[in-house]
Design a protein. Structure first.
Length: 165
């Protein structure tokens, strides 16, 4: 095999060739015709491991304070492209900050934290895909450093309403 190079700003840099293992991937297609491609004919399909770490379950086990709850997710007043939302939740007493996790799965598996150290309800959270079903979870920490249990999953799906493309 030849030397592997990657583009780094305006130059090509040599890099050591190493195998890369990826988790679950999601694809967006430009057209329905593109969906007809058979990925397994291009690259072998690796088995999915069912023992993946679930951050939501782990946080719930370590939480001692009562859970909050997400009450609503709305489009912001501008750039309402479905990838950003205003998250409203039940504010709890003596809270230092809240974290919001989003997952494609109701059990919270493969969740990622998209809202870190949030101070109040109605905060803008960004970074998710428009027109996609998500489940949001919230936790908080109090002044003594204790963490809450994880909230119940809140289902959301924000549409891309931004017509100026």
């Amino acid at each position: 095999m030849g030397q592997l190079c990657v583009k780094y700003v305006n130059t090509l840099e040599k890099v050591e060739e190493k195998p890369v293992i990826l988790g679950s991937l999601y694809a967006e297609y430009a057209s329905k015709e593109m969906m007809q491609l058979q990925p397994d004919s291009i690259m072998p399909v690796l088995p999915v491991q069912n023992d993946t770490f679930n951050i939501i379950k782990a946080l719930d086990k370590t939480g001692t304070l009562p859970a909050s709850e997400i009450t609503e997710v709305k489009h912001p007043d501008y750039l309402y492209d479905g990838s950003r939302g205003l998250f409203y939740f039940k504010e709890m007493p003596q809270v230092v900050s809240y974290d919001i996790y989003l997952s494609l799965n109701k059990d919270g598996s493969q969740a990622i934290c998209l809202g870190k150290n949030i101070r109040k309800s109605g905060t803008l959270v960004t970074g998710f895909l428009a027109d996609t079903d998500f489940y949001a979870f919230i936790i908080y920490r109090d002044k003594s450093g204790k963490q809450s249990k994880v909230s119940q999953p809140f289902h959301l799906k924000l549409k891309d309403n931004f017509s100026n493309k």
